[in-house]
Design a protein around this ligand. Structure first.
Ligand code: SF4
Length: 379
């Protein structure tokens, strides 16, 4: 039997691309989901010049491009844009943070923690050995990120104190927010000692307890357990500083290169959320109105009641060789027919693996082996 730890890490990266049915697939990690306008422009131009013309948003707040015909040139472009700060650590820079942190709501501003965590993660050569499935989560107390199943996380319980979240659960240990990065990286180092054949901390028996013990942390508080089901922030959102953030949804989280070029031209920060939507940040009111006027007709969704916000799909045909159907085309037809119920989330899958299925209550549409339609299950 093959030692699973000796198997190569199959998670795609920006350099270590994955050969999909429709060509090379490159995934670009975006700690905290953040992109500068120049980086959005680089992705747009790369998608148009080198790939399929589309940028896919992922449920980890990253992006991926398909059908890349010159992966080396793509990596050069990413490097020049500051999107590939470390070739050795590119696949482990999976850092989710509350997308609105520091701008709207939350108990504390975690933007500095995102930057520090990424910098110190990349500076430790040993941590390049973490699996590509590793996920760091930084929740500013609103409860949007902690439920997303990370390995090592913090969850703010006040402006200055955070809960230590391990294997997706509040451990009961409390630390100063300023100690967050040190504790998270130490927890990841403990995993490397304990991991044996495992890929995620949650797979290790008593992984949370053993990690706490190794870090000499003790639970001192009742664990936070009541996380609300998070929804993507959509529409007009007033920032604490008087500016505006616009939350925009996209069918299947697919951003085409042309729309991305428009986004880059706004010259404001863009954040990719784990709900495969976008935030356009720090706009004045006049600019925000113009953005809605231009981008809504192009397909960016600013209506939080849009049925598209409840519909997801795996890659399907032609990008996945296992797919029994072009699930996105079929899901699109179902949404546009207006026949779907207006409540509840639905996920279309091209086979039983159900990739990209959201957590929680979902109605599944699974392509059948006969290729004659879909089996509907749940929630
Ligand atoms: S669910 Fe099946 S068809 Fe869809 S992307 Fe995953 S493996 Fe491919």
């Amino acid at each position: 039997m093959v030692d699973s730890r000796s198997r190569p890490d199959s998670c795609p990266g920006a350099v270590g691309v994955h050969q999909a049915a429709d060509g090379a697939l490159a995934r670009v990690r975006l700690p905290g989901g953040t992109l500068t306008p120049a980086q959005v422009r680089t992705l747009a131009e790369s998608a148009r010049d080198l790939g399929s013309g589309e940028i896919e948003l992922t449920s980890r707040g990253n992006v991926q491009l398909r059908a890349i015909d010159d992966p080396q040139e793509f990596a050069h472009r990413l490097s020049r844009a500051g999107l590939l700060p470390s070739q050795t650590h590119e696949r482990v820079r999976n850092i989710l943070a509350s997308p609105l942190t520091g701008r709207i709501g939350g108990l504390t501003d975690l933007r500095g923690v995102v930057d520090e965590l990424d910098r110190r993660l990349c500076a430790d050569s040993a941590l390049a050995e973490l699996p590509g499935r590793t996920l760091f989560t930084l929740d500013d107390g609103r409860g949007d990120i902690s439920p997303l199943g990370g390995d090592y996380g913090v969850h703010a319980v006040s402006e200055t104190e955070v809960a230590v979240v391990l294997a997706g659960r509040d451990s009961g240990a409390r630390i100063a927010v300023t100690d967050s990065v040190t504790v998270l990286l130490d927890a990841a180092r403990v995993f490397l000692e304990l991991r044996d054949e495992h890929w995620r901390l949650s797979e290790i028996p008593e992984g949370m307890e053993r990690t706490l013990a190794a870090l000499t942390l003790v639970p001192t508080a009742d664990p936070v357990t009541a996380f609300a089901e998070a929804r993507p922030p959509i529409g007009w959102l007033d920032q604490a500083d008087g500016d505006v953030t616009l939350g925009g949804g996209l069918p299947f989280g697919i951003l085409d290169a042309r729309m991305a070029e428009f986004l880059a031209a706004i010259e404001k920060p863009v954040i990719v959320t784990p709900w495969k939507s976008l935030l356009l940040c720090d706009l004045d009111e006049w600019s925000a109105e113009q953005v809605v006027r231009v981008l809504a007709p192009m397909g960016l969704i600013f209506d939080e009641n849009s049925p598209w916000l409840n519909v997801s799909a795996c890659t399907g045909q032609p990008g996945c060789e296992k797919a029994l159907a072009d699930v996105r085309a079929d899901a699109r037809e179902a949404v546009e027919s207006g026949e779907l119920p207006e409540v509840g989330r639905r996920h279309w899958s091209g086979c039983e693996r159900r990739c990209g299925r959201p957590r929680g209550g979902v109605t599944d549409f699974v392509a059948t082996a006969t290729g004659t339609g879909y089996r509907v299950e749940g929630p």
